[in-house]
Design a protein around this ligand. Structure first.
Ligand SMILES: Cc1cc2nc3c(=O)[nH]c(=O)nc-3n(C[C@H](O)[C@H](O)[C@H](O)COP(=O)(O)OP(=O)(O)OC[C@H]3O[C@@H](n4cnc5c(N)ncnc54)[C@H](O)[C@@H]3O)c2cc1C
Length: 414
C-alpha cells in the first residue's frame, strides 16, 4: 500500500479537525479586562471537576485515535500509523489552531510512560497497554520519588520481592502527579538491596486499582492537590508487567527521565504563552514608556527566544532519532528560570495588587501562577541537579562527590 503524502495527510487532518472542534479565537483578540483572568501552572480544581476535564480529554483522544490521528508515528502493531515525525508535527501544528480539551493529563502517560513501555515492556504488556494509552482509554502516572529519594532517585527503598510468577511490592511513593485519575503507573522498586544502589532496581507497570494501593492527596500552596502520596502494601504484579530485565531498572528509569526532560524542557522557552497578557498589562498601567519596565520586559523576551532556539536544536536531535541528552537539562533549566523571571516582572508591575485580592481584573489572579513556578524548579529534576548534569556532561567538570554508587545499598548510611 502506498504511503499517504504529507499534503494528503494534512488535508485529511484538517477535514477531521474542522468537523470535530471549533477553531480557536485568534490571540490578537485578547483585550485586557475581558474574559477569564486565570493564569496558573497548577490549577486549583476540585477532584470531581478535574475528573470531568480528564474525561473530556480522553474523549478527544479517542475521537482522534479512531480517525487515525492518535498515534501517528507509532508502530502499526499497536494502532499507530507508522508515519514519520513530520506527519505528527504537521498534525500538532494544525490541532493547535483548534479549541480542544486540555490534554495535560497525558503529559506523563504518553510523554514518558508509553515510550518506556514501548522500549522495555514485554510483548504482552505492550499489546495490553500501548493502544489503550494512545486511545485515551487509560491514563498513566510515574511512581518514582519517595520521601527519602528524589534527586538521588537510586536511593529509593520501595521493595519488590519475587513470588513465583508474581512480584510483591511494598513501600511509599510521593509527589505522584495525577495518580488519582490514572489506571496504571510505572514504578521503580528495589529488587536486590545487596547490590550498589543503581544496580538492584527493577521497573514494573502497576494497576493503580489493585488491592494494597492507597492514594492520598497532597495539597500545594496554590490551593489545589495535583499530587499524591501513594502507599503500596503487598501489591501483587505479574512478571509480564516487569519493564526490562530484573535489576536493570536504572536504565528503565533513565528512558523515562530523558523523555521527561524532553516533555518539560521542550515547551517553548518558558513563559512565552503569557507575553501578550503581560504586554497588555504593562500598557494598561501606563508603563509602556517606562525605561526600566521596557528594559526588563525586553530581557525576558530575549531570554525566552534564546531558550526556544536552543530547545529547537535539542528537539531536532530527538526528531532525527537520537536520545535527548544534557541539552534537555539546559532546556529545562532555562525554561524554569524564564518562568521565574516572568513572575518577578509581574510582581514588580503589580506590587501589592498581587498579594491582596482587591477584585481588580488581572491582578491577584497572577498569584496562582507565581506560587506555582517554584514547583517547576523541582519537578523533573531540580535546578541544582540540572546544573550538576550540565557541569559534568557539557563542561567536563568532576562528578558529584556525594553519590556512592559502589557500596551495596543495604550497607549505605540512611
Ligand atoms: C510539580 C511537581 C511534580 C512532580 N511529579 C512527580 C511525579 O509525577 N512522579 C514522581 O515520581 N515524582 C514527581 N515529582 C517529584 C520530583 O521528581 C522531586 O521533587 C525531585 O526529584 C526532587 O526531589 P526531592 O523533592 O526529594 O528533593 P531533594 O532531592 O531532597 O532535594 C532537596 C534540595 O537539595 C538539592 N540537591 C539534592 N541533591 C543535590 C546534589 N547532588 N547537588 C546539589 N543540590 C542537590 C535540590 O536541588 C533541592 O534544592 C514532582 C515534583 C514536583 C515539584
Amino acid at each position: 500500500m502506498s504511503q499517504v503524502t504529507l499534503e494528503q495527510f494534512q488535508s485529511e487532518a484538517l477535514a477531521f479537525l474542522e468537523a470535530s472542534a471549533p477553531r480557536k479565537e485568534e490571540e490578537k483578540k485578547f483585550v485586557w479586562g475581558e474574559g477569564s483572568d486565570k493564569v496558573a501552572m497548577f490549577e486549583d480544581k476540585e477532584r470531581t471537576k478535574e475528573q470531568a476535564d480528564v474525561d473530556r480529554a480522553c474523549a478527544w483522544r479517542r475521537r482522534k485515535f479512531d480517525a487515525g490521528f492518535g498515534y501517528i508515528s507509532g508502530p502499526e502493531a499497536f494502532g499507530g500509523r507508522g508515519l514519520s515525525g513530520a506527519y505528527q508535527r504537521a498534525f500538532d501544528s494544525l490541532e493547535s489552531k483548534f479549541d480542544i480539551p486540555n490534554q495535560s493529563c497525558f503529559t506523563i502517560g504518553l510523554g514518558m510512560v508509553a515510550p518506556t513501555i514501548l522500549a522495555h515492556g514485554s510483548d504482552s504488556a505492550r499489546d495490553l497497554y500501548m493502544r489503550r494509552l494512545y486511545r485515551g482509554d487509560i491514563v498513566a502516572c510515574q511512581l518514582f520519588s519517595e520521601p527519602g529519594a528524589g534527586s538521588d532517585l537510586a536511593g529509593l527503598s520501595t521493595k519488590a520481592e519475587r513470588d513465583g510468577d508474581e512480584w510483591v511490592i511494598t513501600g511509599q511513593k510521593v509527589w505522584t502527579s495525577g495518580a488519582h485519575y490514572s489506571q496504571i503507573g510505572e514504578i521503580i522498586a528495589r529488587t536486590d538491596p545487596s547490590q550498589p544502589k543503581h544496580k538492584g532496581l527493577t521497573g514494573f507497570i502497576v494497576d493503580m486499582n489493585a488491592p494494597g494501593v492507597e492514594i492520598r492527596p497532597l495539597r500545594q500552596m496554590t490551593g489545589g492537590a495535583s499530587f499524591n502520596e501513594v502507599f503500596f502494601t503487598e501489591v501483587r504484579v505479574s512478571d509480564d508487567h516487569r519493564l526490562g530485565d530484573v535489576n536493570n531498572g536504572w536504565n528503565v528509569a533513565l528512558t523515562t527521565l530523558m523523555n521527561e526532560r524532553a516533555a518539560i524542557g521542550g515547551g517553548g522557552g518558558g513563559g512565552g504563552g503569557f507575553f501578550t497578557r503581560v504586554i497588555e498589562m504593562v500598557k494598561h498601567y501606563g508603563l509602556d514608556s517606562d525605561p526600566v519596565v521596557r528594559d526588563e520586559l525586553a530581557k525576558i523576551i530575549i531570554h525566552n527566544k534564546v531558550a526556544s532556539y536552543n530547545n529547537q536544536r535539542a528537539l531536532d536531535k530527538i526528531k532525527s532519532g537520537q536520545m535527548p541528552g544534557p541539552e534537555m537539562s539546559m532546556a529545562k533549566l532555562a525554561g524554569t528560570n524564564n518562568m521565574i523571571r516572568l513572575g518577578n516582572f509581574v510582581s514588580m508591575v503589580l506590587g501589592p495588587k498581587l498579594v491582596a485580592d482587591s477584585g481588580e481584573w488581572g491582578t491577584y489572579a497572577w498569584s496562582q501562577l507565581i506560587l506555582g513556578t517554584p514547583g517547576g524548579r523541582i519537578a523533573g529534576g531540580s535546578d541544582e541537579v540540572m546544573r550538576n548534569i550540565v557541569g559534568e556532561r557539557v563542561l567536563g567538570l568532576p562528578k558529584d562527590a556525594g553519590i556512592d554508587s559502589k557500596s551495596p545499598f543495604n550497607e549505605l548510611k540512611k
